[in-house]
Design a binder for this molecule. Sequence first.
Ligand SMILES: [Zn+2]
Ligand SMILES: [Zn+2]
Length: 104
Amino acid sequence: MDGACAFVSLLPLQTDGEGNDMVCTYLIILGILLLVLYISLFIYNRLVVGKKVRQHPCKYCGHMVNAVSQCCSAPVEERFMAGRCSKCGKSTRTVCATCKRELY
Ligand SMILES: [Zn+2]
Ligand SMILES: [Zn+2]
């Protein structure tokens, strides 16, 4: 942040010392805000991608249904040949959210 403050003090916008302090404070606040925004976006993306419920055709319901884990009825993180429950983290079978019957 020292570099940024030195850079700002070189700008002809604020010439008095108090003004520079204010600009530095604003820069720090702006930096923190951007960081918070970035982190919250990152977490939001992870949550949305991790808990996105994929649609599967259910042979009992006869249409596309939400696939959930057998243990917690939570979204399943799908892996090759197996699913992992997003709630308890255990490997689980994927069941239909409507009729609770196995999808595979
Ligand atoms: Zn079903
Ligand atoms: Zn579970």
